[in-house]
Design a protein around this ligand. Structure first.
Ligand SMILES: [Ca+2]
Ligand SMILES: [Ca+2]
Ligand SMILES: [Ca+2]
Length: 375
C-alpha cells in the first residue's frame, strides 16, 4: 500500500491555480508532459510524451535513477513502517503487531512537562535525561499497557524526511506518527502524536532496512477523562466507484449550508447531488439538490454569485466545466445550469473551489484548485 509515502512521487500533488473572473479567462491549462526543470537536479529531461507502455517504463526508470534516486532509497527504508501500518490495519490484535515489529533501542524522556488546556485536556511531553528501552523492555511495557485496559484504536505513520547513509553516519529518518488510545473503564482517551527520529541499520540476513534507534522524545501525549464529545447519531452508506461506473466516483464535497434561511444548516452530499433538509432535533429529510445535476461533481460551493441576494450553487465535475446553478429563494435549484466554458478544454480533476471578491469590484470571483499527478 502506498498511503505511507507522504513525500513520495506517487502522492505528489501539484495545484494548478486558476482565477476566474465572470466570463473572463485569467489562467491557462496545464501542459501534459512538461514537468518543469527546477526539480531535475541536472538530469536531462525527457519532455516528449511516451508513445508506448515501454516508453513510459523507460522514462520512469530514467527518473528513478536520477531525479528520484534518493526518494527510491527512502521508499526502501520506510518499508518497515509501511508494513507496520498495513499490519495494524489488518489485525485486531494491535499489541501483537507491535510485539513483533522489531527494533534495537527506544529513547524517551524522563521528565514529564504538562500543559493544562480547556475541557480538562492535558498535554504532556517528556524531556530531561534520556531513558533507553531495549526491545525486550518495550515488549514488557506493551504487556503492562494491555493488561491495564488501554486499547489502541487507530494509528497513522508518515515518512517526513530521509537522509541516506554516508561513510560516517547511518541512514536516518523523521517519521510522524499519530495514535488514538482509550481506556473505557477509566473513561480516558489519549492522542499520542509527533515526530520520531529513526536511525536505520541493515538486517544481518537479507540486508533489509531495520529501525535501530527510535527516539520518541518528539511525541506529545494529549489526554482527557470524561464522556466522549461526540456520539454516533446516524450512519449513511454511499457506494462509489473510482471510474464513475454505476456510482459517482466520490461523495465529496460535503457541505454544511443553511439553504432556506431557518438557521438550521442543511447537509449537502454534492457528489451524490443530495441535500439533507435539516428539520431540527437531528431529523433530516433527504432530497435531490439540483434538478439537472452534472455527473461526477468533484468540487462545489454555495455563494451568491449572481448578486441578487439569493444563494447560487457552483459545482465543477471531474474533467468538466464549472456549472453555475442560479438559486431560487428557499434553496431550490430547478433550472438548467450555465456551463462556464471559459477555457478551451475540460478542467482535469478540480479538487477545491472557493469564492471571494479578489479584485474588489463588488462581485465574487472564483478560485479553483486542481490536482495533477507528479508523473
Ligand atoms: Ca435550513
Ligand atoms: Ca444569486
Ligand atoms: Ca470581483
Amino acid at each position: 500500500m502506498k498511503r505511507f509515502f507522504a513525500n513520495s512521487k506517487h502522492c505528489v500533488t501539484t495545484f494548478c491555480l486558476l482565477v476566474i473572473l465572470p466570463a473572463q479567462v485569467m489562467g491557462q491549462g496545464a501542459e501534459p508532459g512538461n514537468f518543469g526543470s527546477a526539480a531535475s537536479g541536472g538530469a536531462p529531461l525527457l519532455l516528449e510524451q511516451p508513445q508506448t507502455a515501454r516508453d513510459l517504463v523507460k522514462i520512469r526508470a530514467h527518473y528513478d535513477q536520477t531525479v528520484w534516486s534518493k526518494e527510491v532509497m527512502a521508499q526502501e527504508f520506510e518499508q518497515a513502517f509501511v508494513d507496520l501500518w498495513d499490519r495494524l490495519l489488518q489485525n485486531d490484535d494491535k499489541y501483537e503487531v507491535f510485539r513483533t515489529s522489531v527494533f534495537d533501542r527506544m529513547i524517551g524522556g524522563t521528565e514529564p512537562r504538562s500543559q493544562q488546556l480547556d475541557w480538562g485536556i492535558q498535554v504532556t511531553k517528556y524531556a530531561g535525561q534520556p531513558r533507553e528501552l531495549s526491545f525486550a523492555e518495550w515488549v514488557q511495557e506493551l504487556n503492562r499497557f494491555e493488561k491495564a485496559g488501554y486499547r489502541i484504536v487507530e494509528t497513522e505513520w508518515h515518512h517526513l524526511r530521509f537522509d541516506p547513509p554516508t561513510e560516517t553516519a547511518p541512514a536516518n529518518s523523521t517519521v510522524s506518527m499519530l495514535m488514538h488510545v482509550e481506556n473505557s473503564a477509566q473513561q480516558q482517551r489519549f492522542v499520542i502524536k509527533g515526530d520520531m527520529q529513526v536511525e536505520w541499520r541493515r538486517g544481518a540476513n537479507d540486508g533489509t532496512a531495520v529501525p535501530s534507534v527510535i527516539d520518541v522524545r518528539g511525541l506529545a501525549i494529549t489526554r482527557r477523562t470524561g464522556a466522549p464529545a461526540f456520539v454516533e447519531k446516524r450512519v449513511e452508506q454511499f457506494a462509489t466507484n473510482s471510474q464513475g461506473v454505476d456510482f459517482p466516483s466520490t461523495i465529496h464535497p460535503v457541505i454544511l449550508q443553511d439553504l432556506n434561511g431557518d438557521h438550521l444548516p442543511e447537509l449537502v452530499i454534492a457528489g451524490y447531488n443530495k441535500v439533507y433538509w435539516n428539520k431540527g432535533k437531528w431529523e433530516f429529510e433527504v432530497a435531490e439538490l439540483c434538478e439537472f445535476p452534472p455527473e461526477h461533481t468533484n468540487a462545489a460551493l454555495f455563494a451568491d454569485l449572481t448578486g441578487d441576494g439569493v444563494l447560487d450553487y457552483l459545482c465543477v465535475p471531474k474533467n468538466g466545466y464549472p456549472h453555475l446553478y442560479q438559486g431560487s429563494p428557499g434553496g431550490k435549484f430547478s433550472d438548467l445550469p450555465q456551463v462556464m466554458k471559459f477555457i478551451g478544454d475540460p478542467m482535469p480533476v478540480p479538487i477545491a473551489v472557493t469564492a471571494g471578491d479578489i479584485d474588489h469590484d463588488g462581485d465574487l470571483d472564483l478560485f479553483i484548485g486542481q490536482q495533477r499527478p507528479g508523473y
